[in-house]
Design a protein around this ligand. Structure first.
Ligand SMILES: [Zn+2]
Length: 485
């Protein structure tokens, strides 16, 4: 019923081939798929409606999980007095190079400059010091959906921009154990979310000292592997210990009436997750979206033959209504200024998981044709029971994308025990290289200088392994190394 003319349409040829230049392919896809665009503000992007819908779906999925685990949302100011940021020494030192500051307001020089939040520990900690008095006030489990500004020299759409969107959780606990439990609960929540909704497999682990958050006692992360073999840090969860509690004087009267500092955590994921989805699943024709975060899960393309407006179009509209009523995000592309072939290419480029074609012949046969974006498999499907078939296919696509990404990661993970093997693995096919590490920051730094690879994270469970791949001293962990975004 349709010619396989998809691949020659103009939209597709405008994308740099993925195999030729992954980085340009990425930028081309982001812009041509209308996810985001550059703005007149250096380093800041505009998230377009198609990309913002993805962010909304990500927000909904996370927000539901946060609330199910007892968290509530609140909102704190964008502007933070610089003196508050300076209270925690490591924190201010870590963020100083990236901070943007407001020095004038209302036409006058401000008495105290205001920092545009690079993160909100300082302002939230200040408020917690007021709100928390007794052990009965604990735990405090607050999340904020907000924008953040970190001055960046080199920016890339979604992956690193001066302003970005995120959520930041900030919690306060009675004991060290509870804070660690919360930090790991969120790490697990992030992993489950990213794997279930974004079909992006991740390694959950602990960051090395040099890679941890400025001011944290311990940082954990989830790390994904992108289609070019580079790792992407997809989320972090920090156990702050009592560092911020001491800096901001967040104390409470304990059960034994003594005055104690709270134990804190903070954790976040950002709009960079959208970049992760693009680089995990995309192909030569553009975006490939997991159904659960696809703005449109199904696009209906009517085939304009004969008196299609009297026959095909009403049926297409009925299908749209039926699927929409069933909660499927569906788009009917009935624009007559474009040919079906052009539409196929466009929606392929924009990553819609399932295309539904319907023409006069299909009406006669009481069927439609479903075409999967990931495999391009064409499946004639009876109109009776269509909704169930669509749902089933979307579930299959979601699962298939995850499995494909897991296979890719397995194929791009090597385990090495010597420095020669390490260099060879890093220079050859990029990906994760798992190797024993002695725990020394010097070895870590040398490895980075020599190969650009950093420790992405260390396994949660004991993994001492053999001798350090760099210095030969006894290893403390089997570290996951990779070149990273
Ligand atoms: Zn070493």
């Amino acid at each position: 019923m349709t010619k396989p003319d998809d691949k020659d349409a103009p939209f597709v040829t405008e994308i740099t081939p993925r195999s030729v230049d992954f980085s340009r392919w990425y930028t081309d896809v982001v812009r041509r798929a209308e996810l985001a665009d550059y703005s007149p503000v250096k380093g800041c992007m505009v998230i377009r409606p198609y990309g913002y819908t993805m962010w909304e779906l990500i927000q909904q999925g996370l927000d539901r999980r946060f609330k199910q685990t007892g968290h509530v949302n609140a909102y704190f100011p964008l502007l933070i007095p610089v003196s508050l940021l300076e209270k925690e020494a490591d924190h201010v030192e870590g963020f100083a190079p990236q901070v943007a500051m407001v020095t004038r307001g209302g036409g006058e020089e401000l008495e105290e400059p205001l920092v545009i939040r690079p993160t909100s520990e300082a302002i939230i900690g200040t408020m917690y010091a007021k709100w928390i008095q007794s052990w009965r006030d604990l735990p405090v489990l607050i999340n904020q959906w907000a924008n953040i500004v970190r001055w960046e020299k080199v920016t890339r759409l979604f992956l690193r921009t001066t302003e970005f969107l995120w959520q930041e959780g900030h919690t306060a606990h009675e004991t060290a154990e509870e804070a660690e439990e919360e930090t790991l609960r969120i790490l697990g929540l992030y992993k489950e979310f990213v794997e279930t909704e974004l079909a992006m497999p991740v390694i959950a682990g602990r960051k090395s000292e040099s890679e941890k958050f400025a001011g944290a006692a311990r940082t954990y992360s989830i790390e994904a592997l992108m289609g070019d073999g580079r790792a992407l840090q997809a989320g972090t969860s920090h156990n702050l210990g009592q560092n911020f509690a001491k800096a901001f004087d967040i104390t409470f009267q304990a059960r034994d009436k003594s005055l104690q500092y709270i134990w804190g955590t903070s954790w976040g994921v950002t709009t960079r997750l959208i970049g992760g989805v693009i680089m995990t699943h995309g192909d030569e024709s553009g975006l490939v979206l997991p159904p659960r975060v696809a703005p449109y899960q199904v696009v209906i393309v009517p085939i304009p033959r004969g008196n299609w407006q009297q026959t095909v179009l009403p049926r297409a509209r009925a299908i749209e209504a039926e699927l929409s009523a069933a909660g499927v995000r569906v788009k009917l592309d009935d624009r007559d200024a474009y040919t079906p072939g052009w539409k196929f290419s466009e929606w392929e480029l924009r990553g819609v998981p399932l295309r539904l074609e319907i023409g006069p012949k299909d009406i006669e046969k009481q069927q439609v044709v479903l075409i999967r974006r990931d495999t391009r498999e064409k499946r004639p499907t009876p109109m009776a029971g269509l909704e169930a078939a669509v749902r089933q296919t979307l579930t299959e696509i979601q699962q298939a994308l995850f499995e494909r990404a897991v296979r890719f990661r397995e194929e791009h993970t090597s385990r090495v025990s010597s420095w020669d093997e390490f260099k060879q693995a890093m220079e050859g096919r990029p990906g994760f290289v798992v190797a024993p590490w002695c725990g020394s920051a010097a070895c870590e730094a040398e490895i980075k200088t020599d190969t650009q690879a950093t420790i992405r994270n260390l396994p949660l469970e004991d993994s001492a392994g053999g001798a350090c791949v760099r210095c030969g001293q006894p290893g403390v962990a089997e570290a996951y190394f990779a070149k990273a975004y």
